[in-house]
Design a binder for this molecule. Structure first.
Ligand SMILES: [Zn+2]
Length: 433
């Protein structure tokens, strides 16, 4: 295959998609596509939110490889992204999205010939420079939402439009990364898509008000349990909308560039009070980690794969399909060679690490240790860690986690040396000139 279109949907948990068994027909287009694809039933993000997961899957490295990223948000140079690797191989590279965590400001444009994060010259910059206050910004945002139907992120149709514009004059082969925010809170789907799911309509004002409540960290905590089903309706409506948009996108690209590999996945899922919270905080339960993963394209194997795999395998798998040899900067193995368990991690004051295979989940955090049998308790509600008969299992998983942490420390050291070497080489090239 020649070209690559990587489609990532922010906050899309797999179990809310009909192709992953959801009771509502949220993804009719993707369901159909999945039948013609290499379809991963058990794919997991290696981190529970954008800032943990995106740097990880873009570079096939673990989220906590460089801890300074947790503080600064800056994309570390010790990770090499798929865009950089493909650019070196002669690909034209482009990224279009509107998530500020992965903006140019934080260095995520590295490796992209064209990078559009829609953030240039926006209000956020003004606040940073101290020109306007946060309160005024909130007021402007509220005004725009109510009177101009303006969302805090760009609509997926706008992303598509920008993609088509770039593709009109793109040189092949290309790597295009599109990241959609339509499933992210404040969840404001057009009513048409709620109706298609057989759900009630919500007035625009009601949607904006509900959105404001869930978008605000303090107000979010006050949302009552009985309000949650309404949020789930809206979330599902957003998924139905995104499915419709992707249909248009893929049809357009496929017609113009038949030799294209499409990948559909998500950076993480979303919690609806399964473990007290709403949204995507630093927790490692399946509602936040289980994501879709679909490889679609000409001559692609039509197959469903049950083995648990994680997004660290994404970049190596793309290289595998392009016939490009794996690079030493990538930590993960492709999906055909990867282990049968996955490791996820996040930082919340301290490290939180999870081991997951097709039966067990084991989590270590500063809150203690948790063990869940996913075959009997898929919602991870009953912690079996204290059970004597489960002690051996826990020890086995804890050892794997400890080895993982040691491996990351070594990798960190190794990469620092690589970066030093690159620096020296660059300086020498400059001297020769
Ligand atoms: Zn995200």
């Amino acid at each position: 295959m020649k070209n690559v279109v990587l489609i990532t949907i922010d906050c899309l948990r797999a179990d809310h998609m009909s192709c992953y068994g959801y009771h509502r027909k949220t993804t009719p287009f993707i369901d159909n596509l999945a039948k013609k694809s290499l379809f991963f039933k058990n794919a997991f993000a290696n981190g529970p939110n954008t800032r943990h997961s995106v740097p990880s899957f873009l570079t096939s490295t673990y989220p906590l490889l460089f801890l300074q990223e947790v503080k600064t948000g800056k994309f570390h140079k010790g990770r090499k992204s798929l865009a950089e690797l493909l650019k070196e191989k002669g690909y034209s590279t482009s990224a279009i999205h509107s998530n500020p965590y992965i903006s140019k400001f934080y260095g995520y444009d590295r490796g992209f010939d064209y990078f559009n994060d829609f953030l240039l010259g926006q209000v956020e910059d003004e606040i940073e420079r101290g020109r306007i206050s946060k309160t005024l910004h909130e007021a402007i945002k509220g005004f725009k939402a109510v009177f101009m139907h303006k969302l805090p992120h760009e609509d997926g149709q706008r992303i598509n439009k920008e993609a088509f514009k770039w593709l009109e004059s793109a040189n092949e082969p290309f790597f295009l990364w599109l990241h959609y925010m339509d499933v992210h809170m404040p969840y404001v789907p057009p009513n048409k898509f709620l109706e298609e799911l057989g759900l009630k309509k919500y007035s625009h004002m009601k949607k904006i008000w509900m959105g404001k409540k869930i978008d605000d960290v303090k107000m979010r905590k006050e949302i009552k349990d009985e309000e949650v089903p309404d949020y789930i309706n809206l979330y599902d409506g957003c998924i139905r909308y995104t499915d419709w948009m992707l249909k248009n996108l893929i049809a357009w690209i496929e017609k113009k560039f038949p030799d294209t590999l499409f990948i559909i996945t998500a950076d993480h899922g979303e919690e609806f009070r399964e473990h007290i919270g709403l949204g995507h905080e630093e927790k490692l339960y399946d509602e936040l980690l289980h994501v879709p993963l679909i490889f679609y394209g000409k001559d692609m194997d039509k197959k469903t794969i049950e083995k648990p795999i994680s997004l660290i395998s994404l970049a190596p798998t793309i290289l595998h399909f392009l016939g490009i040899e794996k690079n030493e900067w990538l930590q993960g193995k492709n999906v055909f060679e990867s282990d049968d368990f996955v490791i996820a991690e996040a930082w919340k004051k301290e490290r939180i690490t999870a081991y997951r295979d097709d039966e067990w989940k084991f989590i270590i955090s500063n809150q203690g240790k948790e063990l869940y049998n996913l075959k009997e308790d898929s919602r991870e509600q009953e912690n079996l860690y204290e059970r004597k008969e489960r002690k051996e299992k826990s020890q086995e998983f804890e050892k794997i986690i400890n080895n993982h942490i040691k491996m990351l420390e070594e990798e960190r050291r190794k990469r620092k040396t690589w970066l030093q070497k690159e620096k020296i080489k660059k300086a020498m090239r400059r001297m020769r000139r």
